[in-house]
Design a protein around this ligand. Structure first.
Ligand code: SF4
Ligand code: SF4
Length: 127
């Protein structure tokens, strides 16, 4: 068993900025997992939960409106800011950010410090 690397961000203190990325690509395996999770067929899952991406053949997660960031993944609980399908979330969500640091978290904590507000939501743009 390998030692895990330290990480320098805390997703539970973040309103899930990464779930607001407009392009969150899913694989066929991800769609299969979603279909199983909701007890529906793969085609129905692909239609209901994903839409065409910018690359040929690509599927990305559908969004919903969000007060904090304008729009976020349809699976984010916009009150608790937690993923509602944590066990069935796509591989890309499991792997993100893939480094010990998260750039947004650095930005967020710096703004919270400057504004002396531990709840401050740092928007990277104005929706
Ligand atoms: S933006 Fe960074 S800190 Fe926030 S939920 Fe995503 S990975 Fe975690
Ligand atoms: S599936 Fe969950 S972790 Fe992935 S973008 Fe949507 S809400 Fe975030």
């Amino acid at each position: 068993m390998g030692a895990s690397l330290p990480i320098f961000f805390d997703c539970l203190k973040c309103p899930s900025y990464c779930c607001s990325y407009p392009r969150i690509p899913v694989t066929g395996r991800d769609v299969k997992r979603l279909a199983r999770r909701f007890g529906i067929g793969e085609e129905a899952a692909a239609r209901r939960f994903t839409k065409k991406g910018s690359d040929p053949g690509e599927r990305v997660l559908r969004h919903q409106q969000d007060e904090a960031y304008g729009s976020v993944c349809r699976f984010l609980d916009t009150d608790s800011r937690l993923c509602t399908i944590h066990d069935a979330r796509p591989a890309i969500c499991r792997d993100h950010p893939g480094t010990p640091h998260c750039g947004y978290y650095v930005f967020l904590t710096s703004e919270r410090r400057l504004q002396e507000d531990p709840e401050f939501v740092a928007r990277a743009y104005n929706p």
